[in-house]
Design a protein around this ligand. Structure first.
Ligand code: ADP
Ligand code: GLC
Length: 481
């Protein structure tokens, strides 16, 4: 079985969030199961100009017609790993830009054209690929149009499977952009792409895929409710028969404190000395020396409304009263970047904020912290809490989506000798967050018990094998249907 995964981000080529981790590691996991897998992504400026990445140009040129205009592009070829091809769709007019989707928090106004072009190009180049796919996997709104394009192509293969990593990003095209999508007017209805007077590229993927996946079982339920559906809950309920939640996996070859070369010292569940070194180094880096006896809370993530940083801001006084230190790394929405900077200014003795995207620093924070805080409003899966577990950094999370599915809330005792793995809170409220952090700091004050929880988390297994098998079974079903 051959799988082609189309994604707007693939680690290590281009990344803004967890989608890239998944698009970079799922194909490797499928390959380990004996399937053939490849990825295809736009040829962004940062990828073409990165001397560490090499792609060949085999002269595969094509044109795509968009609203009557012929736009040319080419297909570049490289490798994600030995035996896992990575293809880039090159079109400098659309992708030779400083950002993937926009700059300075402002989306490129021609995103519908850009990703309609990408989706069309993927279908167009299929016959050129050495391994013609049986299954074409789309990921999020940027690739939603693949599904109707496949449906109208009349092709028997590949069959389209659409993965929703985040229903909060609808990929909206205003009515005047409709012509560039190049679909029959009859599909721009409530049963098709129409979304409150606009067209949603995400909805295109939902409606026209053969199977639909959300990245955790809880999120599959949440997207069918008015609270979690972002206006698409009706569509999700309508298509619930083809919807399944499959939890993301973690690539422990990349995320493992025993082998991670980017952290200060390595460590394992049975020898945590290195973790203390990581903590001290992180405190020094953050200008918070002398606080190594206090619980250190880390946060790493996109600064977007979804991630609940406003709760941290609101809770800040109570939170620091617990005696903890806080180190934040994030970038994204200028509003939340501002909140974060302001927090550091108000609590310079206990809090440090790094604005930017920096994987090495992310690793140092995940390794060096005692607790990792993820107070999301919603969280389709979340990878940072799973990295936290592996690095012995106890997650404190809101009980939503994948956060709810991966963390067991500390019950205050461990009757069966099985330690819970973190702290959860339900209400999206500052006081609920503070309460969860208070419970966590109380356990921290009991070193033997805290260590037991740390070790329990490190032994949790969220490797890809299990999830990749679920994907394989789903692909099997889709091909048999
Ligand atoms: P999301 O996909 O919603 O952003 P996830 O928890 O699934 O959330 O994945 C986030 C991924 O992006 C993780 O690998 C995390 O380490 C990484 N990441 C997010 N923000 C940053 C940042 N500012 N610097 C480095 N890595 C980041
Ligand atoms: C998204 C979600 C996140 C998920 C990631 C990978 O960006 O916000 O929860 O882990 O995609 O699926």
């Amino acid at each position: 079985m051959q799988i082609l995964i189309a994604s707007p981000e693939v680690r290590p080529l281009a990344q803004t969030g967890g989608l890239a981790d998944v698009a970079g590691s799922l194909p490797l996991a499928l390959t380990r199961l004996g399937l053939g897998a490849a990825v295809i992504m736009p040829a962004y400026q940062s990828v073409l100009s990165n001397p560490a990445l090499s792609f060949e140009d085999p002269g595969l040129n094509f044109t795509v017609n968009q609203a009557g205009e012929n736009i040319s592009g080419s297909l570049l070829r490289g490798e994600l790993a030995p035996g896992v091809p990575a293809y880039l769709v090159r079109c400098d007019r659309f992708f030779d830009r400083p950002g993937f989707y926009g700059t300075g928090g402002v989306e490129y106004p021609d995103n519908p054209e850009r990703f309609a072009f990408f989706s069309k190009a993927v279908i167009k180049v299929l016959p050129q690929l050495a391994d013609y796919p049986d299954i074409l996997v789309g990921n999020d709104w940027q690739t939603g149009l693949l599904m109707p394009y496949l449906a109208v192509s009349g092709l028997e293969r590949p069959r389209g499977v659409f993965i929703i990593h985040n229903q909060g990003y609808l990929g909206l095209a205003p009515p005047e952009k409709w012509p560039v999508l190049d679909l029959p007017e009859t599909v721009n209805t409530i049963d098709g792409l129409e979304y409150f007077g606009q067209s949603s590229l995400l909805k295109a993927g939902i409606v026209y895929s053969r199977a639909l996946v959300t990245v955790s079982p809880s999120y599959a339920l949440e997207v069918q409710t008015p609270e979690g559906g972002q206006g698409l809950d009706g569509a999700m309920r309508h298509h619930a028969h083809k919807l399944v939640g499959i939890l993301n996996g973690v690539d422990y070859n990349l995320w493992n404190p025993e082998t991670d070369k980017q952290i200060t010292a390595n460590y394992s569940p049975n020898n945590l000395k290195g973790k203390l070194k990581c903590k001290k180094a992180l405190l020094a880096e953050a200008g918070l020396k002398g606080r190594s006896q206090r619980p250190l809370v880390g946060m790493v993530g996109r600064l977007a409304g979804q991630k609940g940083f406003n709760l941290v801001d609101e809770a800040s006084a109570d939170l620091f009263r617990l005696g903890l230190s806080l180190v934040v790394l994030g970038s994204g929405d200028p509003f939340y970047e501002g909140l974060a900077r302001n927090l550091e200014q108000r609590y310079p003795e206990a809090g440090k904020v790094f604005i930017g995207y920096n994987e090495a620093l992310a690793r140092r924070i995940i390794a060096g912290s005692d607790l990792v805080l993820i107070p999301s409003m919603y969280e389709p899966c979340g990878l940072v809490q799973m990295y936290g577990l592996k690095y012995g950094t106890v997650p404190v999370v809101r009980a939503v989506g994948g956060l709810n599915d991966t963390i067991r809330d500390f019950a205050g005792h461990n009757p069966e000798g099985r330690w819970d793995t973190g702290f959860k809170f339900s209400q999206f409220q500052a006081k609920a967050l503070v309460l969860a952090l208070r419970r966590a700091t109380e356990l921290y004050a009991r070193p033997a018990d805290f260590k037991a929880m740390v070790q329990a988390g490190m032994k949790e297994d969220f490797s890809w094998d299990n999830s990749a098998r679920q994907y394989r079974d789903l692909f099997d079903q889709v091909l048999r249907a």
